[in-house]
Design a protein around this ligand. Structure first.
Ligand code: 0RA
Length: 646
């Protein structure tokens, strides 16, 4: 090859590399989903994923994650260290290739589990490109190596900076605030929840998580150590800790030998909800897919076979449906797939057909053994299935009644709804208001063009503890369904929602800013979470934030949402302002309610998002379940939405 061609090749390659990194900065959402809170946290997951891969390959057992004093994040592992020797093709160190080339990833290690899926596995170079500054430190073969970068560009070639007997890789990055314009502040709760989840999904690894941004009264950093010896089994106990089990222990299995490693754990509890969380390569597959399909078919087939053989179904007058086998079931499925195909709206649905049968078989085998060895538990499960089938028939009748009433009730809208005049759902919003009197004020204060008001009477039904037919028979809940325009699920799929009929694209919960109010918001949210999850998932649900104080002096007035704002407003007015504490929405007049809580130009709405479905489920089951002490503590310590609002 002539010198010239070589030179051209080299520059063509380097241009491509540059373009790759530039492209990440130009179109960050293509790589990390979005540049909001979610995308920001994704940076951490990406770096941690690389260390998890090193651990899954059996090369490391400890990962440290910290949010540093200056807001940067450090991830450190005790693995083999990213290689620093010359990468022949690129002419720079392997570390530099991994850090500055798109798509280089960790994939040059053949036997690692590096399996890119969804937005994960895009590579640490993406994190580098989106950071104002990043530093890699490698502890390897007795030496310490270092390289730093600015917005993805190396500042100097990898250099040796000392000697060590440690092994491992340390990565520190500062997210770029010109990319993450909304915020570059990491949330303790969000990261902590993900580290906990990862430790359950990868048993044996120790993950320490430390927040160095502030110290507590003892002068210590907030810190947690996550380590799970039993993996999914422990995860189930954690998730279902607030529910009452009907079987004596968690049923689980771990097939890590075959082509497709499958891990499953499940338990039955006394509730009426089905909770199945599925993961592919540590990614939560919200939309399910072939592994979930395999799980369901294995579960149904095995339980049905056992029930038929036991004679327990002999006197039953109707068919048992698939749903009936999953009432009161909490399950986690985790599979590892080498080349996952992700489908669906949020690319969280596994498409690989070859996954169905290994999962179905593994689940079948596991259950068959359990039922055989634990006949008492087996009987309890089958009895629960029969009850579920009976309840489903009752619910179907109740649902048909609701739908009949909706159709016959002249347009079908609930009498208590004060509708808006605008017809385009994208421009309409509905306020669900606690109590008739606040509802009345909201009705006077609103802009009737696009704002509808639905007052709710006192505490709505706790759906977490009610059987399905009770839910559909409840008047307040029926009012919500009919006001929103969506119909209740069909007999085949009680959770299918025709969300395209939604009459308002913003559904705003407005309750008093006190413990009772947050309890009521939680009840409404629980209902949405269990019966209209898409509504939350598609970003239609909001919580209004009414002010806590009115600070007034002469003709000056200011509202305050917390004590700091109150004191500042008071100072601005010279210190002797009259302070009114709002005990509830009812103390505001229509104008005040409009100004503070309903006027789109001034109000603050908190969008409810589901960050981690598993964690959200645990929180709801705790808040709405039978155990009072943890609930009281949680409600008093947090705003209800603390854990579900990103
Ligand atoms: C490929 C090869 C080797 C190490 C790694 C990847 C590696 C990558 C990361 C990313 C974060 N932590 C990591 N630790 C290791 C080295 C193979 C060898 O030493 O033979």
């Amino acid at each position: 090859m002539s010198e010239e061609i070589k030179k051209n090749n080299y520059s063509a390659d380097s241009i491509q590399a540059l373009e790759g990194m530039e492209h990440v900065r130009m179109r960050p959402s293509m790589y990390i989903g979005d540049v909001g809170v979610r995308g920001l946290h994704h940076l951490v997951y990406e770096v941690v994923d690389n260390s998890i891969d090193e651990a899954m390959g059996g090369h490391c057992d400890t990962i440290g994650v910290s949010i540093n004093e200056d807001g940067s994040v450090t991830v450190e592992d005790n693995g083999r260290g990213i290689p620093v020797d010359l990468h022949k093709k690129e002419g720079v160190s392997a570390l530099e290739v991994v850090m500055t080339k798109i798509g280089a990833g960790g994939k040059f290690d053949k036997d690692s589990y590096k399996v890119s899926g969804g937005l994960h596995g895009v590579g640490v170079s993406v994190v580098n490109a989106l950071s104002v500054h990043m530093k890699s430190t490698v502890f390897r073969e007795g030496k310490i190596y270092e390289q730093e970068y600015e917005r993805g560009k190396s500042l100097y070639p990898v250099k040796q900076i000392g000697e060590t007997d440690k092994r491992g890789t340390r990565q520190t990055f500062y997210p770029d605030n010109t990319i993450f314009t909304q915020t570059t502040e990491f949330s303790y709760d969000t990261l902590s929840a993900r580290m906990r989840e990862l430790s359950f999904l990868n048993k044996g690894i120790t993950i320490t998580f430390t927040d160095k941004r502030e110290v507590d009264e003892k002068g210590e950093f907030r810190s947690e150590v996550f380590h799970s010896t039993e993996g999914l089994k422990e995860y189930i106990r954690y998730l279902d800790g607030n529910r009452e089990p009907i079987v004596s222990h968690v049923i689980s299995m771990d097939h890590d030998k075959g082509e497709i490693p499958v891990e499953v754990a499940l338990i039955y509890n006394t509730s009426y909800t089905e909770n199945i969380f599925s993961y592919v390569n540590n990614i939560n597959t919200h939309e399910g897919g072939t592994h979930l399909q395999g799980f369901r078919s294995g579960l149904t087939r095995t339980l049905k076979k056992y029930a038929d053989a036991s004679g327990l179904l002999d006197k039953l007058k109707f068919e048992i449906a698939g749903d009936d086998f999953r009432e009161g079931l909490t399950a986690i499925i985790s599979v590892k797939v080498a080349e996952p195909q992700f489908e669906g709206q949020t690319k969280t649905k596994l498409g690989n057909r070859e996954v169905v049968s290994p999962v179905s078989q593994a689940v079948g085998e596991m259950l068959e053994n359990y039922l055989e060895e634990n006949p008492n538990d087996a009987k309890l499960i089958i009895q629960k299935v029969i009850l579920a089938a009976q309840a489903r028939h009752a619910a179907k009748k109740a649902r048909e009644m609701v739908q009949r009433k909706t159709v016959m009730g002249g347009g079908g809208l609930p009498g208590k709804l004060s509708d808006c005049s605008e017809q385009d759902p994208a421009r309409c919003e509905v306020y669900l208001v606690e109590g008739d009197s606040a509802g009345g004020t909201a009705k006077q204060g609103r802009d009737r063009n696009f704002q509808a008001i639905l007052p709710l009477r006192g505490k709505i039904l706790n759906v977490e503890k009610a059987m399905h037919h009770k839910v559909f028979e409840n008047e307040e809940i029926r009012n919500i369904f009919t006001a929103l325009g969506v119909t209740v699920g069909t007999a085949e799929d009680s959770k299918a929602l025709n969300i395209e009929k939604l009459r308002y694209h913003k559904v705003i919960i407005m309750c008093d800013a006190d413990v009772d109010g947050s309890h009521i918001s939680t009840l409404i949210l629980t209902f949405f979470f269990r019966f209209m999850k898409e509504l939350i998932e598609e970003g239609h649900v909001y919580i209004a934030a009414p002010p806590l104080y009115l600070v007034k002096k002469g003709n000056k007035k200011e509202y305050a949402w917390n004590d700091v704002q109150r004191d500042q407003a008071n100072e601005r007015m010279g210190g002797s302002a009259a302070i009114q504490r709002y005990k509830g929405l009812g103390e505001m007049n229509a104008e005040q309610l409009w100004e503070t809580t309903m006027d789109p130009n001034f109000r603050t709405l908190r969008q409810v998002t589901i960050d981690s479905l598993a964690e959200a489920d645990r929180v709801f089951s705790m808040l709405m379940g039978d155990e009072v002490p943890p609930r009281r503590e949680f409600i008093e310590k947090n705003a209800v939405y603390a854990n579900i609002d990103a």
